[in-house]
Ligand binder design. Structure first.
Ligand SMILES: CC(C)(COP(=O)(O)OP(=O)(O)OC[C@H]1O[C@@H](n2cnc3c(N)ncnc32)[C@H](O)[C@@H]1OP(=O)(O)O)[C@@H](O)C(=O)NCCC(=O)NCCS
Length: 188
């Protein structure tokens, strides 16, 4: 992702085994432990999480990237394939390391990925993209809203994985102006 007037470029790359200590350190943060479905406590759990990210790439259900700024990992960004009944559409997800927050990293990733999803590529095309978060997660809610994901519905708890109510935000692909002239009334 290109630099902005106030922030360096961001690079999305697949996760590596050498990221394990960074992942464990990122998960020591209180907000990560409060809001992520799967907080990571140690290197074994980080390795199991990494294996799931690799599996997601292998079966096209989860595209998971490390987000790098100036060569350092500053977050995670994912695109998830729809998985009813929990996820009705292709979804986006994110976290950023505590010291990198408030600099637009999550929202730049969401914006770029959404453009890609709507942009006509064949790999994972989408007409609408959703973002799910627990009610009360103001930061995640704000990122979604800033990126044009409007609040679509409040989801009931779905224990054990989702013990609390959630927000479903949705952004739809813009309707293309039609060039079809066949239904126009011909000029006299
Ligand atoms: C939510 C999170 C990903 C935001 O990352 P970030 O890189 O700081 O987000 P951005 O800098 O792109 O912020 C986008 C907007 O959200 C706002 N925002 C970010 N965190 C906020 C918070 N905790 N409360 C209120 N607003 C917040 C920013 O001010 C910005 O709005 P603005 O441009 O109008 O000022 C980060 O706080 C995080 O990792 N939290 C813990 C994990 C998590 O909750 N992940 C989401 C799970 S669904």
């Amino acid at each position: 992702m290109e630099p902005t007037p106030t922030a360096p470029a961001l690079t999305l790359r697949p996760w590596r085994d050498s990221d394990v200590p960074t992942i464990v350190a990122a998960h020591r943060d209180e907000a990560m432990r409060r809001w992520l479905m799967r907080p990571i406590n140690d290197e074994d759990e980080a390795r199991a999480w990494l294996a799931d990210q690799h599996r997601g790439w292998a079966d096209d259900t989860l595209l998971s990237w490390a987000v790098e700024e100036d060569g350092a990992v500053v977050g995670c960004f994912v695109i998830k394939a729809a998985n009813p009944p929990v996820m009705l559409a292709t979804g986006v997800g994110y976290w950023t390391v505590a010291q990198a927050r408030g600099r637009g990293i999550a929202s730049r990733c969401v914006e770029t990925a959404t453009e890609w999803l709507f942009g006509g590529q064949d790999f994972m095309p989408a007409d609408e993209v959703e973002q799910l978060h627990t009610v009360g997660n103001e930061g995640s809610c704000r990122v979604a809203q800033k990126c044009g994901y409007v609040l679509d519905s409040v989801l009931p708890p779905l224990p054990p994985k989702f013990p609390d109510e959630g927000h479903r935000h949705l952004r739809k692909r813009p309707v293309q102006a039609t060039t079809d002239t066949s239904t126009r009334v011909p000029s006299p």
